[in-house]
Each structure stands twice: as structure tokens, then as C-alpha cells.
Design a binder for this molecule. Structure first.
Ligand SMILES: O=C(O)CNC(=O)[C@H](CS)NC(=O)CCC(=O)C(=O)O
Length: 290
């Protein structure tokens, strides 16, 4: 192997309380990105809805922009100014079909330090969930489903596989990304308090253990508007399943070093990828037959 280990890449994960006010949200996110860059992070993650959280579908639709709009332009300048990569999960995107569909995409954009959008993943699993008397979400009411998984992107921290929030519940996408070469999986999120307190950490650790990837999950926290609160608990999990960084509630950053030698060791020691039985699981993602 190569000589002495060099410094390991540092990533930063932001936790925010987005509101319907895009200006305030940008100011809060930009301050976190600047702080993370000062501390030496090469890649900064922001949560789903970093741009805003609308009070209702009509407001959410009215505030949405294209990837070529003003807000992404400001983030591109921020990436350039700070010299960092930005994972901007859960951007409310008016796509090319906006005029026809009047629905947006839930888009995870990855920007390089030149401010270019090097990848855009559009959320493929939409959160339509009804917990009687507690939680109602109907994302498909204002969002189009993404149509593809995006191949992992090489970054200075490792090969990054993009997902969003509710995608976390579907191991199929994490395994597909792992198979395509991912070393870091990321789930920018806006989890509810009810589901987050029961499922958040265990799902993130399970995805890390079974895929043997780092898992990075930036989260919304606190009261986004009168009718909504988010669970927080931004996490980074290593490929062994250990939580290596986390926040509780309230806005802020946490940091983790990405150690790809450690990742390789975990994969060597428990070679699950070689032990899989694809000959047996052919229809696993399909609906059950009666
Ligand atoms: O709507 C926006 O503006 C931003 N998007 C979201 O907040 C999305 C869709 S409603 N939230 C989730 O996917 C929560 C998942 C969750 O809580 C779970 O899986 O338990």
C-alpha cells in the first residue's frame, strides 16, 4: 500500500430550521457554509428544504425556482467563494415540465467548488403518509416523482451517492448506489418528530451497516412554521455503524473525517457484497402477488 496516511478529508453537516422566508434561510445556511469552510471542511451538506419550508402546497409551489434560478446562482457563488463542495438536498425545483404539470421536483443538487451543478437527483420515493391524528404528508400532491437513480459522484471525501429523506426507508436504493460504487450515502432530511424519534437513527445505522458506506444525514430541526416541527438529530455514521458525529436539536454544524481505508477494511472483513444471492432476490422490489 501507499506510504504514511495523509490528512483525512473533513465533511461538515448543517442542521437548520427553514421557514417560508427564503432570504432568512439563505442567510442562515450561508453562515453555516462559511463557518464549515473556515474549519477546513471540503464538502458541506445541507438538509431537505434548506431553501424553505412552505406552509401549504400552494405556498411551496409559488416559492419554487429552477436550477438555473437566482437561489442556485447564489449557492454557486457561495461554493466558489468558500472553495467547497455543496450537497443541497431537497431543493424545491421547477423542472422543464413545470408549465405542463404545475408540480415541482424534490431535487438534490451537488455543486463543486467552481459552482457547477455536477449532479441532480430527483427524489424517487415520495412521502405519502398518514398517521391518524398525528401526521399527514402528501408529497405527491405537489411533487413529480424522479425517474432515475444518479450514479455516485467522485468528491474529495469519496464517491457520493445521492438520496433524499423518505428514500432512507428503501434499502434497495442504498444497495443500488453501493453497487454503483458509492462510499458515502447521503440523506438530507426533514423528518417528522413522531417518525424520527422511532425510526431515524436505526434506519440510518442500518443503511450504513448493510451498504458498508458512510452515511451522512443533514436534518431540519425545530419549528418550521405554525403547523410543522422537524426532528433534528443530524447524524454521520461510519461503515461499521458507529455514530461518529451528531447534533441534537437547534441549528448548527457537526463534522466528521471520512476514512476510506477504514471503509475498505470493513468491506474486507465482512465481504457482504460478495456473499449476496442475486439469484434469489429477483422480484424483491415488486409488489407481492396474491
Ligand atoms: O415538503 C417540503 O417542503 C420538504 N419535503 C418534506 O418535508 C418531505 C416530504 S413531505 N418530508 C419527508 O419526506 C418526511 C419523511 C419522514 O418523516 C419519514 O419518512 O418518516
Amino acid at each position: 500500500m501507499a506510504g504514511p496516511p495523509g490528512p483525512k478529508p473533513l465533511v461538515a453537516v448543517g442542521q437548520v430550521t427553514s421557514t417560508p422566508d427564503k432570504e432568512l434561510n439563505f442567510a442562515a445556511c450561508a453562515a453555516l457554509v462559511r463557518e464549515a469552510a473556515r474549519r477546513g471542511a471540503c464538502l458541506v451538506f445541507l438538509p431537505e428544504g434548506f431553501d424553505y419550508i412552505g406552509r401549504d402546497p400552494a405556498e411551496t409551489l409559488s416559492l419554487a425556482e429552477g436550477l438555473d434560478g437566482d437561489l442556485m446562482g447564489r449557492y454557486a457563488r457561495l461554493a466558489r467563494d468558500c472553495g467547497v463542495w455543496l450537497s443541497l438536498g431537497g431543493f424545491h425545483e421547477r423542472g422543464r415540465d413545470w408549465a405542463a404539470t404545475q408540480r415541482i421536483y424534490n431535487c438534490h443538487a451537488l455543486l463543486d467548488p467552481a459552482g457547477r451543478v455536477v449532479a441532480a437527483y430527483r427524489k424517487t420515493h415520495l412521502c405519502d403518509v398518514e398517521l391518524e391524528g398525528r401526521v399527514t404528508m402528501k408529497e405527491s400532491g405537489f411533487t413529480n416523482r424522479g425517474t432515475e437513480i444518479v450514479p455516485p459522484v467522485s468528491t474529495p471525501a469519496g464517491k457520493l451517492g445521492l438520496s433524499i429523506c423518505y428514500d432512507l426507508r428503501f434499502p434497495e436504493i442504498s444497495l443500488a448506489l453501493r453497487r454503483a460504487g458509492a462510499e458515502i450515502l447521503t440523506y438530507p432530511s426533514a423528518f417528522t418528530v413522531t417518525t424520527g424519534s422511532a425510526h431515524w437513527e436505526v434506519l440510518l445505522r442500518a443503511r450504513a451497516i448493510e451498504s458498508q458506506c458512510y452515511v451522512v444525514a443533514a436534518a431540519q430541526t425545530g419549528r418550521n412554521h405554525e403547523g410543522r416541527a422537524s426532528y433534528g438529530h443530524t447524524l454521520v455514521v461510519d461503515p461499521w455503524g458507529t455514530v461518529v458525529a451528531q447534533r441534537g436539536e437547534g441549528p448548527g454544524l457537526c463534522y466528521a473525517e471520512i476514512d476510506l481505508e477504514y471503509l475498505q477494511r470493513v468491506r474486507r472483513e465482512i465481504p457482504v457484497q460478495e456473499h449476496r444471492r442475486p439469484d434469489l432476490y429477483g422480484t424483491v422490489g415488486l409488489p407481492a402477488t396474491p
